[in-house]
Ligand binder design. Structure first.
Ligand code: BTN
Length: 250
């Protein structure tokens, strides 16, 4: 636990997020689940929760997120957000994390981080309505070291390929403040402020893709709401993540 400079982070973040609590837990089912439970129980403080081990880490679309202690950085940031339009929030988070880590890391819509066409990190954004407030939990899992990929359909990437020797505390230290700034900027300006940044890192751009409904097309960046634009035989489709998933053709 000594390696995690919680007091420094509390001090650095509390200018932007007064009252923030920073915690590193040796084990929890899922850092997202824990912050969602706290929010539903009425604790709406901004909180950063790092999990050294997750026993039931969760991914998007009901999938699980598996990682071994030390091989991945797994954390969640929870905070009340006042937004009229939530579309594109998770994409903006992806842009921020990508920019903080390495110039060659790309985004695979909607919000996977890619290193050399392999998944390096994933983002799970969840929200809880508590009275009139809406509390957002931004969960991020970043592979740090080579991992056993036997149970995965595609082989993952890990951050030490791009940044040899980097460990969890250093990784979080790079990502944290820009992430908080991104969330506050999103609150003021919405996704419009991040569209260009997404398109600059878009790993699907101009690639042939297949949508989960079987449609084929070519990916052409995202629109002002963060929907993926796909040119298909039937014209341009704006895909939102709730509708379909997208897979690049090899
Ligand atoms: C995905 O790729 O589908 C999203 C993966 C998100 C994983 C992170 S790890 C920290 C936080 N806690 C969880 O249970 N999930 C997120």
């Amino acid at each position: 636990m000594r390696d995690w400079p919680c007091e420094t982070w509390t001090r650095d973040l509390s200018l932007a997020l007064p009252g923030i609590q920073v915690q590193v837990l040796p084990e929890v089912d899922s850092s997202n689940s824990e912050l969602m439970r706290r929010a539903r129980a009425g604790d709406l403080r901004p909180q950063l929760l790092v999990a050294l081990t997750q026993t039931a880490g969760r991914g998007r679309m009901g999938r699980s997120w598996l990682s071994s202690p030390g091989d991945a950085l797994t954390f969640s940031l929870g905070l009340p957000l006042h937004l009229n339009d939530w579309s594109g929030l998770s994409l903006a988070v992806g842009v921020s994390v990508t920019q903080s880590l390495h110039p060659e890391i790309q985004l695979k819509w909607p919000n996977d981080l890619w290193w050399q066409q392999r998944k390096l990190a994933g983002i799970l954004v969840e929200t809880a309505n508590v009275g009139p407030q809406r509390y957002a939990v931004i969960g991020i899992g970043i592979n740090l070291k080579a991992r056993d990929a036997r149970h995965l359909s595609t082989s993952p990437a890990w951050l030490q390929e791009a940044l040899p020797g980097i460990e969890g505390p250093q990784t979080l230290g790079r990502v944290l403040l820009p992430l908080v700034q991104t969330l506050l900027q999103f609150e003021r300006e919405g996704f419009a402020a991040f569209r260009e940044g997404f398109n600059a890192r878009d790993g699907l751009r101009e690639r042939a893709v297949t949508l989960s409904d079987g449609t084929h097309g070519t990916a052409r960046g995202v629109n002002e709401c963060g929907a993926l634009l796909v040119h298909t035989a039937a014209g341009v489709q704006a895909i939102t993540s709730s509708e379909v998933s997208v897979r690049p053709l090899p």
